[in-house]
Design a protein. Sequence first.
Length: 201
Amino acid sequence: MGWVRHELKAVRDEWISPQVFEALFSDLVGQDGFSIGVVDVLPNSRGVVRLKSRDPTDVPLIDPQYFEDPADIKRLLKGIRAAQRIGAMASLRGFGSKPVIRQHPSCSDFPFNSDAYWECYIRHNARPASNFGGTCRMGSPSTNSTVVDTSLRLLGLQGIRVVDASIMPTPVSASPMAATVMIAEKAAVMMTQPSNAKSDH
Ligand SMILES: Cc1cc2nc3c(=O)[nH]c(=O)nc-3n(C[C@H](O)[C@H](O)[C@H](O)COP(=O)(O)OP(=O)(O)OC[C@H]3O[C@@H](n4cnc5c(N)ncnc54)[C@H](O)[C@@H]3O)c2cc1C
């Protein structure tokens, strides 16, 4: 939940086209209010990262495949309904708040506030939370999607470990930086303890 006066500028700059910002929020700038952000911290959809070519300086092809699994849309819809219930509580209404009712310009075919409307809204307005991970998954060597073993050593190559958020087998249901620091601390111990260093390849 954040206060409109501060939040809106950031939203306008980064994620929303000027036309959509104009339709949804422009007259709210400078007013007090709150927004409730709904976040799907454990989405079912999985993206893919592929090499573009054999040239290591070429950027990889990244396809996040957001909403590839429709269950992710349904989960966010449930979150929107929960946010509406929270926003309607007497404790918040006590401040004189009322919901902002604006039709997203790309969803005008759907009755406002219907499930179909919000599903359209989610598809047009959802954004990533800058918490990427899991592209270089740690796991059992016998599993197809495994890239590093449980000592973070890259399977199939010698003398290389991956130590960052990419090794998370599943995303943490929170902001990932603290967990990433813990992965790095653990890796430092694994690499410096003589018993582990010996078994390194
Ligand atoms: C805008 C934004 C806001 C965020 N806010 C939060 C927050 O509030 N709380 C939170 O917990 N998390 C937050 N995160 C997420 C968090 O920053 C990341 O999950 C975390 O930094 C991931 O760590 P990492 O080591 O995996 O990757 P990075 O931090 O991206 O580090 C990768 C490092 O590898 C280096 N590198 C890249 N390629 C190579 C290469 N080929 N050879 C050698 N080095 C290379 C890069 O220079 C970089 O230093 C945010 C992320 C963003 C983008």
